[in-house]
Design a protein around this ligand. Structure first.
Ligand code: ADE
Length: 216
């Protein structure tokens, strides 16, 4: 097993269902990665599975309890400490470099917030706070899924052909060139002649000239 990712969330089905498709599904079936979504309520201290409470000092919404989250994090360590990541809109901005850094780790824990957020004291128990962009989601789940997707495709052996990573990527130069497939002509729009020429050196030259940087 290459890697284990544990996700702590109030909506484990959301995680499981999204990962039943495409590359992450294939990577799991191939045993390259094991992604486990855990219900945060499992670590509630009362019979009702309460995980949140009203904020001290007043204000709207509910705050996720530090004791519940801390117990959950501790339970997932299994002796070997995982890299603990908390999803939060005020975290460090996620990018391809961070994805590669995560892909090199053996174990990750992704802690998803909901409602108004976590009790601020949880920061003592996580290694990193990560945001996927300057916008506010209703919860950390979609951010966790974004990270899982980007990380999974960097794990050796996950993409069918080792070349597809090198070619299209990203990691090295963060660029991509435009691609085309049939039909050769669509509503008056044609495919660049060079791509139909069979001239590999010329095609490579054209592609290099067309490389576009990823948004940053
Ligand atoms: N939770 C809510 N918004 C988020 C964001 N932009 N990134 C990560 N986690 C979040």
């Amino acid at each position: 097993m290459n890697m284990i990712i544990d996700v702590l969330t109030l909506f484990p089905d959301l995680i499981d269902q999204a990962l039943a498709y495409s590359i992450p599904a294939r990577a799991q079936k191939a045993g390259r990665i094991d992604i486990r979504a855990h219900q945060l309520r499992t670590w509630a201290t009362d019979r009702h599975g309460t995980v949140d409470d009203t904020p001290y000092g007043g204000g709207p919404g509910m705050i996720l309890r530090v004791d519940v989250a801390h117990a959950a994090l501790g339970a997932l360590d299994h002796g070997h400490k995982a890299h603990r990541i908390m999803l939060s809109p005020d975290g460090e901005l996620f990018d391809q470099t961070m994805a590669a850094d995560f892909a090199a780790k053996k174990r990750l824990i992704l802690l998803c917030g909901r409602y108004e957020g976590f009790d601020a004291r949880i920061e003592k128990y996580v290694d990193q706070k990560v945001s996927i962009g300057s916008f506010v989601l209703s919860g950390g789940e979609l951010a966790a899924l974004t990270i899982i997707d980007a990380v999974t495709r960097l794990i050796p052996g996950v993409l069918g052909n080792a070349e597809s990573l090198k070619e299209e990527t990203f990691e090295a130069d963060l660029t991509e060139y435009p691609q085309f497939t049939r039909p050769e002509k669509y509503k008056g729009m044609t495919v660049p002649d060079v791509l139909l020429s069979g001239h590999h050196a010329e095609i490579q030259k054209w592609r290099d000239s067309q490389r576009r940087k990823l948004a940053s």
